[in-house]
Design a protein around this ligand. Structure first.
Ligand code: ADP
Ligand code: MG
Length: 347
């Protein structure tokens, strides 16, 4: 069902995305490393799962957030997830003792490579929300990247897929352009998942309602898209609530409510790092979009801030994909990437 709120796993459950799916399936086989980018709820997890299921590869999917414990990636939890997958594909037969405490990441990569080699089958290790690896180990995730670099150099049958919604953070973490980083200069392919264009968003809703045999007036579909943009995750929420309420207004309202609780918890994380982040987002959501005006707004709320500090906060919000900078008549303006987030913040 298109309006099923969980990530999709099968091709039939995915609306459109043929091109991206093809590209991803091709990339994970042909590139040692693939990076899949896209803002929250554009369908990254779904397209990863579908591509691993549909390809002629052995796919291992890891949601890095699931290995978090107390704000850090727990090495043991990570390995437990990996080893669980090894058991699932019956890798025991290689005669290796699979204990999280007695095995290194590189050992696991070795095992997976031997498995692929024996079966002449590519093994794809997909790490979803991989920007969280910066909370791995004592050196900002460097030890993880060293293991990947080792694998890149030695494992013919192993491929990596990294995905994340905090686009700049993921880039900085992977460090392909950073001469001091383990993956510097390595070959990778990058794919970006964009929200649906307007027409396709309306078509998506139509298709979803057709599937459950519910008639929804065109103007409701259009209004839903006006409010939710082309972000598949929000469109699915709307469809899901519509099915359960049979009421356009309520469906929109509930979509915003659940978006609100999701986004609030993300904002709470942000606030822990600096309360000024929230004031910056607030200003931009209110339409204050120029550097100096945003700074003024933040200063009336939080007191004086240096230009350098303010610039760095603004840049960080961009790296986390909350905001983006645009040029209008040669002038730089800022906007919130996701209109649903914008509305929630505006309150
Ligand atoms: P992300 O990982 O980018 O945050 P998800 O894959 O979790 O996004 O998708 C968010 C929601 O949108 C899920 O409910 C998923 O089922 C739905 N979804 C995303 N893309 C599609 C698509 N192409 N067709 C149908 N549903 C989709
Ligand atoms: Mg996801």
């Amino acid at each position: 069902m298109l309006f099923d709120p969980r990530p999709k796993e099968k091709k039939e459950e995915l609306f459109d995305r043929e091109k991206e799916l093809f590209e991803l399936m091709h990339s994970v086989v042909n590139y040692p490393i693939t990076v899949l980018l896209g803002i929250r709820r554009t369908g990254k997890s779904s397209i990863i799962k579908v591509s691993l299921n549909e390809s002629d590869v052995t796919g291992i999917y890891i949601d890095v957030r699931r290995a978090m414990r107390g704000g850090r990636i727990s090495d043991e939890k990570l390995k437990t997830q990996l080893l669980g997958n090894l058991r699932r594909i019956k890798i025991k037969e290689l005669g290796i003792k699979l204990e999280p405490t007695s095995i290194d990441l590189t050992d696991i990569f070795d095992v997976l490579n031997s498995y692929g080699k024996k079966r002449k089958r590519i093994v794809v290790l997909a790490f979803d929300e991989a920007q969280y690896f910066r909370f791995y180990g004592a050196r900002g995730g460097k030890d993880f990247l060293l293991a990947v670099a080792y694998s890149y150099d030695n494992h013919e049958w192993l491929r990596f897929l990294f995905s994340g919604s905090e686009v700049g953070l993921l880039h900085d973490f992977l460090g392909f352009e950073d001469s001091k980083a383990p993956l510097f200069g390595r070959i990778y392919n990058e794919i970006t998942l964009e929200p649906f264009p307007r027409d396709l968003s309306v078509e998506f809703l139509k298709e979803g309602f057709r599937e459950v045999k519910i008639d929804v007036p065109q103007e409701h579909l259009e209004e839903a898209v006006n409010n939710l943009d082309g972000i598949p995750g929000w469109l699915v929420e709307y469809g899901y609530h519509y099915i359960h309420t049979r009421d356009h207004r309520k469906a929109l309202e509930r979509t915003f409510q659940s978006a609100q609780s999701l986004i609030r918890s993300e904002l709470a994380e942000l606030e822990k790092r600096s309360e000024r982040y929230l004031e910056i987002l607030k200003a931009i959501s209110l339409g204050i979009n120029r550097w100096s005006k945003i700074k003024e707004y933040v200063e009336t709320k939080e007191g004086h801030i240096t230009n350098a500090r303010f610039s760095s906060l603004l840049k960080n919000l961009g790296r986390m994909s909350w905001i983006k900078a645009e040029l209008h008549n040669g002038k730089k303006t800022y906007k919130i990437v996701d209109p649903v987030v914008e509305k929630v913040i505006r309150g």
